[in-house]
Design a protein around this ligand. Structure first.
Ligand SMILES: NC(=O)c1ccc[n+]([C@@H]2O[C@H](COP(=O)([O-])OP(=O)(O)OC[C@H]3O[C@@H](n4cnc5c(N)ncnc54)[C@H](OP(=O)(O)O)[C@@H]3O)[C@@H](O)[C@H]2O)c1
Length: 281
């Protein structure tokens, strides 16, 4: 019996699996659609019921794939999507959300994020998010690629304190947020969604990751995910279009890595000793 996936709770009380599924690069090539839908469904069957998408991915194509994958099982899924910064005006956010809902064939996004900071005032975007929430079109809203300063500014705007999550680049090779942003979010119970948790696949060829994974009868991707998942309040959203890899990634929650192995990995991938500006991919 595989270990169950730990959960992370949002400030509004909803708990989601700490291991979800990403969709970047899905919906780009029609012949791949079947495989992409099947892999997302395989993940749902395995309890990876949080799906992360965005209007940006394949310019709506990934939302269409997501819509297909969740058809008939919407109630079992926690759906996350994102608005482009240049659409994030008071009016544009509402229109973008409605277009996303229509592409996904649903009437509600559970968590709607500002993809990264742009030129529209945060107060406008937040007002639109709150209006969408009041209309029942989104369950909660959050941000992405926000560093500590951006989060602090956000808390100053009306209703800014309703931010439910911050989605940022985080994996064993990109540990900058451990210095300040991660503890800042943990202290306020704002979950961090770790994107590119296996460094877009690159981490699996790192010799130290390979060595320690092997010593634990695990795969490199599983070890990379286990690193992210050991942090409180962090949700990992690996992307794969392979059902076999979904199952492999799902089993990352069963790893039991010793303190000694983590210390070896800390030496190979040192935690930050000083502030580093937030990295983005
Ligand atoms: N908010 C943002 O600005 C932002 C930015 C980047 C990403 N994201 C979100 O975060 C999600 C995850 O990030 P990501 O897609 O950049 O990177 P990732 O999840 O770290 O890595 C995805 C890559 O790794 C490969 N892969 C997956 N599982 C594997 C395994 N077990 N063994 C070997 N390779 C494996 C995938 O290939 P296959 O598909 O061929 O298996 C794909 O090429 C995205 O899909 C997206 O939803 C958000």
């Amino acid at each position: 019996m595989p270990a169950s996936i730990p959960t992370v709770a949002f400030p509004h009380g909803i708990a989601v699996p700490a291991l979800g599924q990403g969709t970047w690069n899905m919906g780009e090539k029609p012949p791949e659609a079947r495989r992409e839908i099947d892999s997302l469904r395989a993940g749902l069957d395995l309890g990876m019921t949080l799906i992360d998408t965005a209007e940006m991915y394949a310019e709506g194509g990934a939302e269409k794939i997501t819509g297909e994958a969740i058809r008939g099982r919407r109630d079992k899924v926690f759906l996350v999507s994102k608005v482009y910064p240049w659409n994030a005006s008071r009016k544009g956010t509402i229109e973008a959300c409605e277009a996303s809902l229509s592409r996904m064939g649903t009437d509600r996004i559970d968590l709607y994020l500002l993809h990264w900071r742009g030129n529209h005032p945060l107060a406008e975007t937040v007002a639109a998010f709150e209006a969408l929430k009041a209309a029942g079109k989104i369950g909660a809203w959050g941000v992405s690629n926000f560093d500590v300063e951006d989060m602090e500014e956000l808390l100053e705007v009306p209703d800014g304190g309703n931010v439910a999550a911050n989605q940022v680049l985080y994996n064993i090779a990109r540990r900058g947020i451990e210095f300040d942003l991660l503890p800042w979010c943990q202290k306020r119970n704002i979950p961090v969604m770790a994107y590119s948790p296996i460094e877009q696949g690159r981490i699996v060829s790192h010799p130290e990751i390979i060595r320690i994974a092997k010593a634990n009868q695990a795969t490199p991707a599983q070890l990379a995910l286990a690193f992210v998942l050991k942090h409180d309040g962090v949700i990992a959203i690996p992307k794969t279009s392979s059902a076999a890899r979904v199952a492999e990634n799902r089993d990352a929650v069963s790893l039991d890595i010793s303190d000694e192995d983590w210390a070896t990995l800390d030496a190979a991938f040192p935690p930050p000793a000083r502030k580093k500006p937030l990295e983005m991919l």
